[in-house]
Design a protein around this ligand. Structure first.
Ligand code: RB5
Length: 150
């Protein structure tokens, strides 16, 4: 699986822990879209890079990290075809793969520790979408995108 990852200054430290974790423990290729330091940047710019990479099929899924994960999730969910899930627990990481088929995982770099992040990511990557009754909800979501978004 190909994963795009990006962050703002609030997510930089956690990303520096997550990339080695992904390389050592998960079977993924990683594209790092920045930012590459603690210097202050604007999170929508980095969310856009990851969403575009997914929507143009350069990658399969994305991880976005800001201080809280909230700003990144607000931006990512504006893109048609992006289902971004802000997760604070491994249970949410599992459930959002199984039920929401989320293609973006948002994390709060100043809200969770690195080991919690690893467990959330592990579940999100390794549980599969269950389809079935969850397709009903995702189809309603698709219709909302067609009628409510430009
Ligand atoms: C940056 O200070 C902060 O606003 C950002 O990282 C993010 O948490 C926004 O939701």
């Amino acid at each position: 699986m190909r994963i795009a990852i990006a962050n703002d200054h609030g997510g930089y430290e956690l990303k520096q822990k997550i990339i080695p974790y992904l390389r050592e423990h998960e079977n993924v290729e990683i594209i790092d879209y920045g930012c590459y330091s603690n210097d202050i940047v604007r999170y929508p710019i980095y969310a856009e890079k990851v969403c575009n990479a997914i929507l143009s099929n350069k990658v399969d899924r994305g991880i976005l990290i800001c201080s809280t994960g909230i700003g990144m999730s607000i931006v990512a969910n504006k893109y048609k075809g992006i289902r971004a899930a802000l997760c604070d627990t491994p249970y949410q990481g599992m459930m959002t793969s199984k039920h929401n088929n989320s293609n973006v995982l948002c994390l709060g770099g100043r809200c969770i520790g690195d080991f919690m992040a690893f467990e959330i990511i592990h579940n999100w990557l390794n549980y599969q979408y269950e389809g079935g009754r969850h397709d009903i909800s995702l189809n309603i979501l698709k219709n909302l995108e067609i009628h409510n978004f430009n």
